[in-house]
Ligand binder design. Structure first.
Ligand SMILES: [Zn+2]
Length: 359
């Protein structure tokens, strides 16, 4: 049994970590730079990141490899180093996890390629699968316990990533970013994703929502996933630390630790068994989440939309309609969000692949 499965059998919930990218910016990473070369150039800083999250109470730490696939590394001229950068990422996390006083799961982070599938782009199922396979094998070789595919948005990329990950012996987690009026930017709703997860030949071990438009929207994603989930499905919530705000070329996250603590408990009540933070989530946020979850008594019922809004903030019209079972999210116009034009998610679907920074 994998370390991940073992912990899931022992604990009601597992606490994942917080942000990688935004915390590395605080350690000196410059906007536009790839974080993955730091696995070789500054391993001590990556160790510090992992250690901080373990000290804050994380049961799961994600490797610094979100953009470690061929296409993303090619943007920075590092495409020949997929193997060594990912292997180093997993080895650093393994080393720090191994020193912890409790079992800590090393999750090998795998983000999107940033490319679009044909006919919109050049990716084919075969080429995308090969890219994910290369990264997955390197993360396994470095000592990852589980592969953590995150921030995806299209069905094709989910299938390619899961197929690529299946070249290893590791369990696989797959989470999407429901950042466009309750669905992914490629139009997948949580319900669509739950049904997809059940229908795939190669199924994820656990699935869920990450990144996106903040804690309230992430919890809606979990509620909508839970509505379509099967008994025993393991749901994962890793929401951003507040609603992302875009100003002067910089995205910032202003959620307080108290907000993330409330989010963690409500995500658990909504049905998530693995809970963490994404962009903007610091050690202090994770510590607050740990303390809150450890003393939280699960609510007898799932939170409704009114509770989510009151505790965590506004939700998009698309997410609300899904919660109320009124509409198929696919029929809702993209951009009908009530969340205001200043939020990142209000940006329209790009003509070309949107490249995401490390979470
Ligand atoms: Zn994020």
């Amino acid at each position: 049994m994998s370390r991940f499965d073992q912990l899931l059998t022992e604990k009601a919930f597992l606490l994942a970590d917080g942000a990688t990218g935004t915390n590395l910016f605080d350690m000196g990473l410059q906007t536009g730079d790839a974080p993955e070369p730091w696995n070789l150039a500054h391993p001590g800083r990556i160790e510090k990141l992992h250690q901080g999250f373990i000290d804050a109470g994380s049961d799961i730490i994600l490797t610094n490899s979100f953009g470690g696939n061929f296409h993303r590394l090619k943007l920075h001229g590092h495409e020949s180093q997929v193997r060594e950068l990912n292997e180093a990422a997993a080895a650093i996390a393994r080393r720090i996890a191994g020193k912890a006083a409790k079992p800590v799961v090393v999750a090998g982070s795998m983000g999107p390629t940033g490319e679009l599938f044909a006919p919109l782009g050049a990716l084919t199922p075969e080429s995308a699968t090969a890219v994910f396979t290369e990264q997955a094998l390197a993360l396994e070789a470095g000592g990852a316990d589980v592969l953590w595919i995150e921030t995806l948005s299209s069905k094709e990329e989910v299938e390619a990533a899961l197929t690529g990950a299946s070249a290893t012996q590791l369990p696989v987690v797959c989470t999407l970013s429901f950042d466009t009026n309750g669905s992914t930017m490629m139009g997948l709703s949580p319900g669509d994703f739950a049904r997809l997860s059940h229908s795939l030949t190669i199924k994820p071990h656990a699935y869920g929502a990450n990144c996106g438009l903040g804690p309230a929207e992430t919890v809606c994603g979990i509620l909508n996933l839970a509505a379509a989930a099967r008994h025993g499905d393991i749901l994962v919530a890793k929401g951003n630390c507040g609603i992302p705000k875009y100003a002067d070329g910089v995205i910032s996250y202003a959620g307080e630790p108290e907000l993330m603590a409330r989010y963690a408990c409500i995500a658990f009540d909504a049905g998530a068994r693995v809970i963490g933070g994404c962009c903007g989530t610091t050690f202090d946020h994770v510590r607050a989440m740990r303390e809150a979850l450890d003393t939280h008594i699960r609510s007898a019922s799932r939170p409704d939309a009114a509770t989510v809004v009151a505790e965590l903030g506004e939700i998009s019209e698309g997410a609300r309609c899904q919660l109320e079972g009124k509409l198929n999210a696919d029929t809702i116009a993209v951009g009908a969000s009530t969340m205001g034009a200043s939020t990142v998610g209000a940006r329209r679907r790009p003509a070309r692949g949107r490249r995401r920074r490390a979470p």
